[in-house]
Design a protein around this ligand. Structure first.
Ligand code: AMP
Length: 231
């Protein structure tokens, strides 16, 4: 089957390079594999965690990558600072930017967003009888929406990390966070009591960029789609 893009579309002449926003941290390595399958080789310092650089050229003159916090990828793409990105579906759910289109599930960085609480309190009373609950999370919108759907008002304590400590230190009843193996919860004497959603990373694009540069942006979407079929 012929790929639905041309090499020329990936290398537009005389225009600024497209920018792809990539998450640093935990997902960076898994991203590396899919980038390689899509034929993208960022400059070597992209994987150097100590570099102060944030923007890196690639082997394609028409594409640069920027390395930003996982939570900020969707924001860079939504505001058009980057035209393409790789972003967890947790971040997409939290921000729900109308400007962001997520055409491909890349099937990487799989985990779930879940509710957890101390083993001692789990199952001791019936959440369907709650009218409010105090929740520590970095996902205030997801947490509020999840509890609102059950008629419960969530009082959110915003934390950007270490929320596993919060129930034991008395500032909330439970937490909403990403869970992969469950070892962080176990190490902090918490148990998972409900799954809110399965999570994986998505290829995302800025809708306006897709309209104004359909060939270049569309060519990269097609490249990633082909890369997924290479397994
Ligand atoms: P685990 O102990 O394997 O369940 O991992 C839980 C910890 O890793 C929590 O602090 C999560 O916020 C973080 N985490 C798990 N999966 C992911 C992911 N796919 N992306 C980013 N952070 C994650």
């Amino acid at each position: 089957m012929t790929a639905p893009y041309t090499a020329a579309a990936l290398e537009p002449e005389a225009t600024a390079p497209l920018i792809m926003a990539l998450p640093k941290g935990r997902i960076l390595k898994e991203c590396g594999r899919i980038l390689a399958r899509a034929g993208i080789e960022p400059s070597p310092d992209y994987i150097d965690e100590n570099t102060r650089h944030m923007r890196f050229p690639t082997n394609h003159p028409g594409l640069d990558v920027i390395r930003v916090r996982a939570f900020d990828v969707a924001t860079f793409v939504a505001f058009g600072a980057a035209q393409i990105g790789i972003c967890g579906s947790d971040v997409l759910m939290e921000f729900d930017y109308p400007e962001v289109y997520a055409p491909l599930d890349l099937g990487i960085a799989k985990c779930r967003i879940a509710v957890a609480e101390p083993a001692e309190t789990a199952g001791t009373d019936d959440p369907s009888r709650w009218s409010r609950v105090r929740v520590a999370t970095k996902y205030p919108n997801i947490a509020r929406k999840y509890y609102a759907s059950q008629g419960i008002h969530a009082d959110v304590v915003n934390l950007s990390g270490a929320m596993e400590l919060a129930p034991g230190l008395g500032i909330c009843r439970l937490i909403v966070d990403l869970v992969d193996t469950g070892s962080t919860l176990r190490a902090n004497n918490l148990v998972e009591t409900a799954k809110i959603a399965d999570i994986s990373s998505r290829l995302i694009v800025n809708r306006t960029a897709l309209k104004t540069q359909p060939e270049a942006v569309g060519a990269w979407i097609a490249r990633f789609r082909d890369a997924l079929t290479q397994g």
